[in-house]
Design a protein around this ligand. Sequence first.
Ligand code: CA
Length: 255
Amino acid sequence: MTAARVGAASDRGVVRQANEDSYLVAEAVFAVADGMGGHAAGDVASELAVAALAEVTADRELTEEVLRKAVSAANDAIRLDGRKHPIRAGMGTTLTGLALVSVAGSPHWLVFNVGDSRVYRWWDGELTRLTVDHSEVEALVGSGELTLDEASRHPLSNVVTRALGTHLSVEPDVWVFPPTPGERFLLCSDGLTLELTHERIAAVLGAEDDPQRAADTLVAEAVEAGGRDNVTVVVVDVPPSAAEPDGATVPRGER
Ligand code: CA
């Protein structure tokens, strides 16, 4: 079977002092985490999250249950670190991603999300967001008080209502579906969608066949457009003819 092709890129941007985003590119798990908290705690939180995810999911058959355990372990790891290092208490992170899991013996994608980083699917010339942000403004969009376009420029657009590390336990949103040959996924932190419109992101994904070049271009354009936040992108391509990818070609490893 043919492996998925993956590209990943991350940049501090123009304004922020540090890059508090982290990402994971492992054999069958891909994730983006966007940390928050003072005293450089945000980057610790996002790194702990992807490290816990990598550890729990390594070398075992992945199922929804394993993924949920991994998200829970990530939450515990951040809270434990916050107790050991009070200066980082209260730190948190988003965590979103994509894993190839087994459902009754057949491979399925599982998309998971906590917070306002996002997973999109690019298929047949169309870009569709799969995740729902856990944010103040998404709630306003849900109730019809804001349009999607207004939401992206809203002053509360960075206020998340669910995160890892901030509560005793956390439940990710989860979506499970079978792979389709030729589909492409985009995982990103909100630094991308803050700077680039949905249409521009779709145009880049349609123009750049190579996933690493697509990731590099998206990040470069977001920085060029203002770079007001850290920006992180992971692009995962399902091979055109193999419906059942059994793992990934890892370009750079985890960060
Ligand atoms: Ca961010």
